[in-house]
Ligand binder design. Structure first.
Ligand code: RIB
Ligand code: CA
Length: 316
């Protein structure tokens, strides 16, 4: 069993990730922390509790975290995830309450326990990185309980929120810069599951229509149907869910180590992950920026079919 924690801004694809993480036999979902992002924090928390109920996992502690980015004014994505963040599918809402701790304190406590037991945790951020930045700067000792960070965010290629930036990074660029810097300083291995692979794990409507017989399967079907309709397509990517697949079965993901910087001041590029794919064995001494001190394993390819089948088998 791989112990994992998800940090989410539940939305439709975060819901795909939660169903997978809550139900896959090789994962031990220790906690879920919430941040504002796709929708407001209250909606994110309610959606997260609801999805975990549907997955049959009311035992998993859920904590409220940052409602807004560190500095960047809030910009949400209701146009992608519906007014309530769960596609307005009117799924019965959970009656469960959150853990009394703030997300950063829950993360601190679970990671410190992991450091004590030696069962190191894979942290899977699927939202703007506000909670993770606060954690790493407030309780750096807690990284002793971290195996690695595998985050959904960024892109070596084009953006989605803007031509240049991916939504999670664009929503809180300062948090992303802090996380990459702190993780590097604290020697936490970090993998970037970015837009370069994000759209490649696709479940067809036909496959989804076979999902029935349990709350998890029914919800999974509705998630794919809603995402497909939003994109006027005959299927939909599980988005954030692919990052969880990569933790379960890393052999389905191709990564390369690249220096990465976050653009914080560009007029048209703020929030961009600048992935430096140049050949640094060549003479680049003319580059005044030099090599970024932060190297990240950047996902460059994914076995989408394998991960889609993993997701379908697990949620059904
Ligand atoms: O850019 C995609 C990311 O932004 C996903 O995590 C999606 O849920 C949204 O938060
Ligand atoms: Ca998300």
């Amino acid at each position: 069993m791989k112990p994992v924690i998800l940090d989410v801004d539940t939305g439709l694809d975060d819901a795909c990730a939660l169903l997978l993480a809550a139900r896959h036999p090789e994962l031990d979902l220790k906690a879920v922390t919430c941040a504002g992002g796709n929708v407001g924090l209250d909606d994110v928390v309610r959606n997260t509790l609801t999805v975990l109920d549907a997955a049959g996992r009311p035992d998993v502690p859920v904590a409220r975290g940052a409602a807004v980015p560190l500095l960047q004014p809030v910009r949400m994505a209701r146009h992608v995830h519906g007014a309530d963040g769960l596609g307005d599918i009117d799924w019965p809402r959970s009656a469960r309450t959150t853990d009394p701790r703030h997300a950063v304190e829950l993360l601190r406590d679970v990671l410190r326990e992991a450091a004590a037991t030696g069962e190191l945790i894979t942290l899977i951020p699927l939202a703007p990185l506000t909670n993770i930045a606060l954690l790493l700067r407030t309780y750096p000792d807690a990284t002793a309980g971290l195996r690695e960070i595998v985050f959904m965010g960024g892109a070596a290629g084009i953006g989605n929120a803007t031509a240049s930036a991916e939504f999670n990074i664009w929503t809180d660029p300062e948090a992303a810069a802090i996380v990459l810097t702190a993780a590097s300083e604290l020697d936490v291995p970090t993998t970037m599951y970015g837009l370069d692979v994000f759209y490649d794990v696709v479940v067809t409507l036909e496959q989804a229509r076979g999902l029935s017989g349990s709350p998890s399967a029914e919800l999974a079907r509705k998630l794919i149907e809603k995402r497909s309709s939003l994109y006027q397509s005959d299927g939909a990517s599980i988005g954030d869910g692919g990052a969880v697949c990569a933790v379960i079965d890393p052999s389905g993901l191709t990564t390369q180590p690249f220096p990465v910087r976050i653009e914080l001041s560009g007029s048209w590029s703020r929030g961009r992950t600048i992935v430096d794919t140049r050949d640094w064995s060549a003479d680049l001494t003319s580059d005044p920026h030099g090599l970024s001190p932060t190297t990240v394993q950047v996902a460059t390819a994914v076995d989408g079919k394998r991960y889609a089948e993993m997701w379908l088998a697990t949620v059904s």
